[in-house]
Design a protein around this ligand. Structure first.
Ligand code: JFZ
Length: 483
């Protein structure tokens, strides 16, 4: 009887252990006393506070580079154009790996000039660039000794990644490495582990991946970040220990390095956030092509996050036909950058270079547009954070220390920009950045103001810097009386 009871209890406990993680949805934290023990959960609670993380955060604006063999067909295989993501063409057209790798014979980007890429990035105002060292296809942009599918085995021969790291660093730009764990070229990769054979193959695969990561970290020690991708398969979720090991390994090799949340799975295969709801890795990288919900996700200030976006819809690699989907205008791209910073995050704008090593005209124009704006108004972006003020229809607030910035995207016909300050905060002065001088501030109610539009509408999104003070004397009693 007793043993029977025990058996049931053990069964129930085991079941609870299996179910708990599925019930605790991503960001909902469990009360501390209900947390379950995890060996491979978050390595830390809350934001990192060290200088390297602060640099990552202050950078705010980055560029993504998706460049690989997929740039050569540019979305077209055997006369058929596939509208899906160009870097997934091998999958859309069901091309076998050996046939796909034939593309290596054509990898000879004659117009590739790392220095020109770095100049373009600096002029755009990005403080870091994330480069696809290896995308799902398995082709390596560096001469990896662990793979036969690398730049070294192409007519071009040279180490593209090495050239880029040097060129960007010379321009004062941080380099981040994108790395896809899923590798379509490797015979030992498994989507799931269903047999002992799978188990053994996947062990070998993880060892191969460790070797490639160690190789990257030691060949290019100035790398500041690893952004992992291709980590959603059951095989990896069943090996959460390995994702924790990789995070640790890289951090031991490269002190200060940052790692995104997409790498990680915990003991129960829970990704990004562990089974207790704590962010794994150093920043959330789940916001892809979308931004956090301003209401639901105001949690964004509780941890660091980075969003990345494409310019055409869901095209990361070079696709020859941009007419197949909506293409964001430079102004929209700009607005999303500001929007992300206003909510305390980073934004990364994607580029898919052509097979010849140059950028398409639209991307060059976009980079130039963003750069011209950043040059004039960048002080409301770099080093800025969520301001915590009530959002208004004219645009976005950002904050740096005591300064609050209004970034005006939609000037109202009334010509007045409404500002509501938080309790005990008064507006003292409003100054156009970029040398535009003061604009008039009129108090309309307690903690409510109208800020005048500049005498001449700048005709582009513009920035007003607010000087704020604390209320001296007086209380909020009147407002309280209204509640
Ligand atoms: C991945 C890749 O498959 C894609 O090619 C590109 O490199 C992108 C940056 O990352 O695609 C994803 C991954 C995750 C999500 C969506 C697309 N997601 O979590 O919504």
């Amino acid at each position: 009887m007793k043993t029977h009871f025990l058996r049931i209890t053990v069964c129930l406990l085991l079941q609870a252990a299996v179910w708990l993680p599925t019930f605790s949805q991503t960001q909902h934290l469990l009360p501390a006393d209900q947390e379950i023990p995890l060996e491979y959960g978050a390595e830390r609670l809350g934001k990192r506070t060290d200088a390297a993380m602060q640099k990552f955060r202050d950078n705010r604006l980055g560029a993504f580079i998706h460049w690989g063999l997929y740039a050569i067909p540019g979305g077209e295989w055997k006369g058929k154009v596939y509208p899906g993501a160009a870097e997934w063409l091998k999958s859309w057209a069901e091309v076998p790996a050996n046939e796909w790798m034939e593309l290596m014979k054509q990898w000879n980007p004659q117009n590739f000039d790392a220095k020109a890429w770095a100049r373009m990035a600096r002029k755009m105002g990005v403080k870091y660039v994330k480069i696809t060292t290896k995308h799902h296809e398995g082709f390596c942009l560096w001469p990896s000794q662990y793979s036969e599918y690398t730049v070294a085995q192409t007519p071009y021969k040279k180490d593209i990644l090495g050239e880029l790291v040097k060129a960007y660093n010379d321009e004062g730009i941080d380099v981040h490495f994108y790395f896809s764990v899923m590798d379509w070229s490797h015979p030992d990769y498994r989507y799931d582990i269903r047999s002992e054979e799978d188990e053994a193959a996947f062990r070998r695969f993880l060892e191969f991946t460790d070797n490639q990561l160690k190789e990257l970290a030691s060949r290019y020690p100035t790398v500041k970040d690893f952004w992992f991708d291709g980590t959603w398969d059951a095989s990896i979720k069943k090996n959460g220990w390995w994702t924790a090991h990789v995070e640790k390994m890289l951090k031991e090799m490269l002190p200060g390095v940052t790692v995104n949340s997409r790498l990680r799975a915990d003991d129960y295969g829970k990704r990004h956030f562990d089974s207790n709801g704590h962010l794994m890795g150093d920043y959330e990288s789940g916001y892809e092509r979308r931004l956090p919900d301003p209401v639901k996700d105001l949690k964004v200030t509780r941890w660091d996050w980075e969003a990345c976006m494409t310019v055409p819809e869901n095209q990361w690699g070079y696709h020859k036909d941009w007419s197949l989907s909506y293409v964001k205008t430079p102004l929209e791209v700009l607005e999303r950058i500001v929007h992300a910073v206003s909510m305390g995050g980073n934004m990364v704008v994607n580029f898919g270079p052509q097979p010849d090593g140059d950028f398409r005209r639209e991307e060059k124009e976009l980079a130039a547009f963003i750069g011209r704006w950043m040059d004039k108004y960048g002080e409301c972006i770099y080093g800025c954070d969520y301001a915590g003020w009530e959002k208004q229809d004219w645009g976005y607030y950002t904050r740096k220390g005591d300064d609050v910035y209004m970034v005006v995207f939609n000037p109202p016909y009334s010509g007045r920009l409404v500002v509501k300050t938080p309790p005990e905060t008064v507006l003292q002065e409003a100054v156009l950045t970029n040398g535009g001088g003061k604009v008039k501030v009129t108090e309309t109610a307690r903690h409510e103001y109208n800020v005048d539009m500049p005498a001449r509408n700048p005709g582009e999104p513009f920035v007003i810097k607010l000087k704020v003070g604390k209320t001296t004397g007086g209380t909020d009693k009147y407002r309280e009386a209204l509640t």
